[in-house]
Design a protein around this ligand. Structure first.
Ligand code: HEC
Ligand code: HEC
Length: 236
């Protein structure tokens, strides 16, 4: 074979190879287009017939199934009655202990009787899931507290002078211990009721609360009203 014949044959092989490759490429290309069209079609059918809903987390599902939302609101903020607590973004450890105490009857003051029968069927494991959900998911990103707290207001001054800050934090949401509540943003009605119950001893479900009771005898009912108004303005 002459070298020019060899060259000719090599070139022909190369061209054939390229043709085969391009045919293959265009083929997979139409396949892909066809598949995409089919997928779009299927999606269209799904979109047309079903309301696509995000699956709920285990905690969110329990919160609904156990009807917690009927009293505490879908977001844990808009509660059924003003003297029911805002529970969204409450500390996990505190929330868990309170739920257990309400179930057992250890915490029986205020409006606890409303919640007690509802939670008799809730297990310890479910409470743990709910507490984590309350702390990390419920009402996340939503504003809690009416805002514009005024430290120079009567309530603002008392919050400091009556040493509330020592346990609940300057901002009312950084308690010294995880077992202590975040009180920032609670409704004035609920906060007032709890302070009165702690002062008169009706709410005595923990050793810790006895620490607060110790200072509440130095706080008058009028001062409690001012403190409650101030707490309601603090952002949580
Ligand atoms: C029938 C109404 C009702 C239902 C249903 C209910 N709660 Fe409550 N819950 C209350 C009331 C009222 C209180 C406050 C009791 C008091 O006055 O001391 C409370 C207190 C709490 C607290 C403590 C709040 C705090 O700041 O101390 C948590 C946490 C809580 N509930 C979570 C739940 C969860 C989770 C569910 C569902 C398993 C639930 N609740 C179902 C009415 C209800
Ligand atoms: C020695 C620590 C301590 C001090 C000081 C203290 N508290 Fe408390 N407070 C607690 C603890 C602990 C609880 C929760 C009790 C429990 O575990 O049931 C609580 C509960 C509350 C609650 C109810 C929270 C809820 O979600 O139910 C309010 C409102 C409150 N405190 C306001 C105040 C105010 C206002 C002051 C100052 C006058 C104050 N506290 C001083 C420890 C303290």
């Amino acid at each position: 074979m002459t070298s020019s014949t060899k060259f000719f044959m090599k070139t022909t092989q190369l061209i054939l190879l390229m043709l085969a490759l391009s045919a293959l490429a265009s083929c997979t290309c139409c396949d892909r287009e066809e598949r995409q069209a089919k997928a779009r079609e299927r999606q269209g059918i799904i979109m047309a017939n079903v309301v696509v809903e995000e699956p709920l987390s285990a905690g969110a599902q329990l919160y609904r199934d156990k009807t917690c939302n009927t009293c505490h609101g879908d977001d844990g903020i808009k509660s059924l009655l003003p003297n029911y607590p805002i529970i969204a973004q409450q500390g996990e450890e505190y929330a868990l202990q309170q739920m257990l105490d309400i179930k057992s009857g250890n915490r029986a003051a205020g409006q606890s009787a409303a919640m007690k029968p509802i939670v008799q069927s809730v297990t310890d494991e479910e409470f743990a899931i709910l507490a984590q959900f309350i702390a990390t998911e419920l009402g996340q990103g939503k504003a809690i507290g009416s805002g514009n707290p005024d430290p120079a207001s009567p309530g603002g001054k008392l919050f400091k002078s009556k040493t509330c800050v020592a346990c609940h934090g300057k901002d009312g949401k950084t308690p010294v211990l995880k077992a202590y509540p975040k009180i920032a943003g609670l409704s004035a009605e609920y906060a007032k009721m709890q302070m009165l119950d702690i002062k008169n001893g009706a709410r005595a479900n923990s050793q810790a609360v006895l620490g607060m009771k110790g200072i509440m005898h130095l706080v008058s009912e009028e001062e409690i009203n001012h403190l409650a108004d101030y707490i309601a303005t603090l952002p949580r």
